[in-house]
Structures are given as C-alpha cells and as structure tokens.
Write a protein that binds this ligand. Structure first.
Ligand code: G4P
Length: 534
C-alpha cells in the first residue's frame, strides 16, 4: 500500500548524496559552501574543519582534530528550493575508507570532487568504483579553478580514460588560475563572471552568451590567447557531444561536470542548482528475495549503514545510523529487527547538522536518522514496521593490515573478546578466526594504521582494557569463491585459511605475489576483494 499523498510529497522532495574525493581536494570547503547556500550556516568557517571550531565530544574526535583529518562521518541536512537535501559526510582519510564505502550504500547519488591540478587521484578512483558497483549516478565538480591546473579538455579526457566513464560538461571554465574569469553555463547559455573583488558571494555579473553570435564578449574578459582557446574548446565539445541524456546519468554511465572554486564560493550555486534539478530522489531498494521496496510504500523500512560509538563519552552511547528506505519514521514507533527477530521501540532519534544533533519527531524515506543503541544493532541490520524485510547486504571490503591483541590482565580475555565483537559489529575493524585456535584469539584486520590506533585508544577508554597489538605479516585478504558464488573452504598451494564472523572462508597472504601464486594453483577459484555481510 502506498503512503498518504502528504507523506509521498515529503519523500519525493528528499535528495540524499555524498561527496567523494581524495584528501585535500576541498571536500570540507565545498561542504561548507553548500551548507551556506542551504542556509544552515551564515558565515563560512562554522563547520568542523581542520582548525576544529565545533565542540568536541569524544576522545577519538580529539584524535581527529590532532591529526587534522575527518574520521567520523555525519549527516548534514538543508533545504534548497523545494527540496530537502541530506549530505552524508565521508571520512577523507584513506584509513577510514571502509566507513566511507558503507556511507555510499546509503546515498542515491554522489558528487565526485576533483582538484583541477591533480586530476583523478587514488582515493577518488576507489570510491568511484564503489559507486559504480551500485550504479550510483555521479556528478563531477572540478575544484580550485582559481589556481593553476590542467586544461579542462585534458582533465576531462583523464577522467574519462581513468574511470572508464563519459563526461558531460555542463559548465566550461573561462581561463584558469591567474587568468580565471568565469564559467559558461552551456545549458542556460550564460556566462557567470568571476570577480575576486566582489563584495557579496552572490554578487555575480551574468551575461547571456550564444556561441557564434556573442564570441566577442569573451575577448572583453579574457586575453586573446585564452579567448581563442575557450572558443576552440567549446567548438570541440559542442560538435562532439550529443545533448545531455538524463537516463544515461541516472544509470551511472555519464557524469555531468561543473567547474568552480569552492574556496571562492564560485560555481557552487551553479552546481547546486543543477544538482537539485537532476539528482534522483529516494530509489527503490532490492531485497535479498529479489523484491524491490518502493520508497513510497507505506511500510516503514530502513537499514543500518553506520554505527558510531561514544559520541558523548559521559553517556557511553552508541548511535546506529539508519537510512530510511520507505515510508515514514515517527519517534517512539515500534519496529522489527531483522537479525534478532524482535520488536524495538525507536524512542530516541536524531538528525545532524554539522557536528550538532537535533532530536527528530518524524523523518521520511531518503532521510538518515541516528537512533540510540544499547548494542542491538550491527552494520547491515534492517528494521521495518511490518512484514519481514531483508535488504541486500552491505559489502565488507578487504583489509590490508593485520594483528593480534594480547591483554595484559589474563582475566580480562573474555572482556576483550566481547569488546572486539562489539567493535566489529560497528564496522570499526574486521575479525578473522583461525579454525585451529577458535574465536578467543581472533586476527584483527584494518584498512589503515589509524584504524588500529583508534582501536587501541577505544579499548582503553571505553572498555578499560590495556592491550598490546602484535602485528602479523599478512597484507592481503580475499574471499575465495567458485564462479557461481559458492564459498571455497580449501585451496591448493599451502594457503592460510581463516573464517570471518559470518563463517565465510577467507585466505590471508603476505603480498600480491603470494596471491598470484594461489591464483595459478587454483585457476577455477575467484578471489573476491569484497563480500556481502551474511
Ligand atoms: P578536504 O576536506 O578535501 O581534505 O579539503 P579542504 O576543504 O580541507 O581543502 C584543502 C585545502 O584546499 C585547503 O587549504 C583549502 O582552503 C584549499 N581549497 C579548497 N578549495 C579550494 C579552491 O577552490 N581554491 C583554492 N585555491 N584552494 C582551495 P589549506 O591551506 O589546507 O587550508 P586553509 O588555510 O586554506 O583553510
């Protein structure tokens, strides 16, 4: 049954997305400008940035500040035009990529942010691949046009070749760096003039521009060489590209590109306008039994994509972030929990604006709510008001660092095991069990060094456990499967076989060379870098 027309209207105005980028491309700066345009902040510099202007509520948030990185991801909500936009923050640091991957399971579109001087960087590429797995539509924002960088044609070519995806330039830069004079919007046929000295951020000069008729205008703003170059570039892209095809964008094969400077707040509103016009609303979601749940369905459903512990140290709380997939959420509602098959009351729920939490009374498909959790939730758990709904699993990704923990006080071994189980449910680490040793002494897998650091700090602060980390020489984890997806428990070639917590066989080897050896020895086996949580 469909929701009431009023609820449907609310759902249809939701837009939920994330920014994917390499550290330093300008994600924090762009986020801040988007929130500014969304009216959430009134002057730039209010968002938690490297200088950390917001109250810090936990120790590892303090670590984040010390290290000048963003470890935690939160959700920022703002209204723009008639839309309610949810921007999911993603930790930029490579050590927290798993957390970022999971955030991408909860969005309906993404904005790929690229530094004009650096082009497609390694983290961007990996995050793009995760979006591609889900066919998430991707906008591209090329940033830092006020600095010297690659010329736009070279950059577009690089994006297309590296990511094997087509680009559609919506705007085109007029010059770059010292010679940056504005952007041309190909859809509205307008030039937005860039003037560094403008007083107000919205204070632009906008000139109608029709190529072939108004070419002279470019020479008024650019030197001859730059104007010639822009006209040549426009000739090239206009003759080579078919009109913008929304469907190709929605199925993830073409990415609309806009240019600008987040720092100068230039081109950000052009992007936002384009985004609000084309970004898809909440999408239908696939269940394990191959059904599609329509977001407009009356039955409230959602899944946990992130768990954050200890947001407020005084209360030792955990917050489970739920992406609502259909229907309406109401504070205090009773829901069923897929894994435990029991009923829960979602009595406390919050939404986030930058680092601040606000209590919410109702929320709709597309929204993210953080619910207080006393240990009921794990990543991938589903909640629903009626029936039984199991959404497709959230994948796990292969860690690259491994270690074992030893606890100083032997009497606390069981406590450590419980703590590790909690932290792995939260997705903070992955655990691998040696079948010969059993679950009491698991191997811990992490994507980056910092994840280990946070683990040790949290074991001490939250669980009062003093532990020592003993590193293991493994560097590669793979889930071996047959071609038709069945788990492979034994391999030829002397492989070290382990089990993950869902009892899937995993092979751990020291380096790629060893993996290639195993591949040669076991030609019919596929070695997966990610696997769905069972
Ligand atoms: P991140 O979250 O992706 O890691 O990047 P962040 O926004 O922190 O930006 C990284 C650096 O790039 C910052 O400089 C920021 O000011 C600068 N930046 C972002 N967008 C632009 C842009 O459009 N043009 C130019 N010229 N610079 C940009 P910083 O020196 O690290 O910090 P700050 O002292 O400038 O704040």
């Amino acid at each position: 049954m469909l929701s009431t027309p009023q609820v449907q209207k609310e759902i249809q105005r939701r837009r939920t997305f994330a920014i994917i980028s390499h550290p330093d491309a300008g994600k924090t700066t762009l986020t801040e400008k988007l929130l500014y345009h969304g009216g959430v902040i009134h002057e730039t510099g209010e968002v938690k940035g490297k200088s950390g202007t917001k109250a810090v509520t936990s120790d590892w948030m303090a670590m984040e500040r010390e290290k000048g990185i963003s470890i935690t991801s939160s959700v920022m909500t703002f209204d723009y035009d008639s839309l309610r936009v949810n921007l999911l923050d993603t930790p930029g640091h490579k050590d927290f990529s798993e957390d970022t991957y999971r955030v991408l399971m909860a969005v309906d579109s993404a904005c790929m942010l690229i530094d004009v001087a650096k082009g497609v960087e390694e983290r961007t590429k990996k995050l793009y691949e995760v979006c591609r797995l889900r066919k998430v539509p991707i906008f591209t924002f090329v940033n830092k046009l006020d600095r010297e960088g690659k010329d736009p044609l070279t950059l577009i070519d690089e994006v297309e070749k590296t990511l094997n995806m087509q680009c559609y330039p919506v705007t085109w830069p007029l010059g770059i760096g010292q010679r940056f004079r504005g952007i041309y919007n190909r859809l509205t046929k307008e030039i937005w003039v860039y003037d560094q000295r403008r007083e107000e951020v919205e204070d632009y000069k906008i000139i109608p521009f029709e190529k072939g008729k108004d070419d002279q205008i470019l020479y008024d703003y650019l030197d001859k060489e730059s104007a010639d170059q822009v006209l040549e570039e426009l000739d090239l892209i206009e003759s080579a590209l078919p009109p913008f095809d929304v469907n190709e964008f929605l199925n993830g094969t073409i990415s609309p590109v806009t240019f600008g400077s987040a720092k100068q707040n230039f081109g950000v509103d052009t992007f936002l306008k384009f985004f609000t016009q084309y970004a898809p609303g909440p999408q239908a979601r696939q269940t394990k039994d191959d059904k599609q749940i329509d977001p407009l369905d009356n039955n409230f459903t959602g899944f946990v994509f992130k768990i954050q512990a200890n947001m407020d140290k005084r209360h030792r709380d955990r917050i489970a972030f739920i992406r609502i997939c259909s229907g309406k959420f109401e504070r205090g509602m009773k829901v069923k929990h897929s894994r435990h098959d029991k009923e829960l009351r979602l009595s406390y729920a919050s939404q986030f604006v930058a680092a601040d939490k606000e209590t919410v009374d109702d929320a709709y498909a597309g929204d993210i709510v953080g619910v207080g959790d006393t240990g009921n939730f794990a990543i991938g758990d589903c909640v629903f008001a009626s029936g039984k709904v199991h959404f497709e699993d959230i994948p796990k990704f292969a860690p690259e660092l491994f270690g074992r923990l030893s606890v100083r006080d032997a009497l606390k071994r069981q406590k450590m095991q419980e703590a590790l189980n909690h932290l792995s449910e939260e997705g903070a680490i992955q655990l691998f069990i040696d079948p010969l040793v059993g679950p009491q002494d698991p191997i811990i897998g992490a994507v980056g060094e910092l994840q280990f650091e946070v683990l040790l700090r949290r074991l001490q602060d939250e669980y009062n456990l003093e532990v020592k980390l003993n590193r293991l020489p493994y560097g590669v984890a793979r889930w071996p499967r047959t071609e038709d997806g069945k788990a492979v428990a034994e391999l030829k070639g002397g492989a070290n076989m382990f089990r993950d917590l869902q009892d899937n066989p995993v092979v751990l080897v020291n380096q790629e060379w060893d993996l290639n050896w195993l591949k040669r020895e076991n030609p019919s086996v596929e070695f997966h870098t990610s696997i769905s949580r069972a």
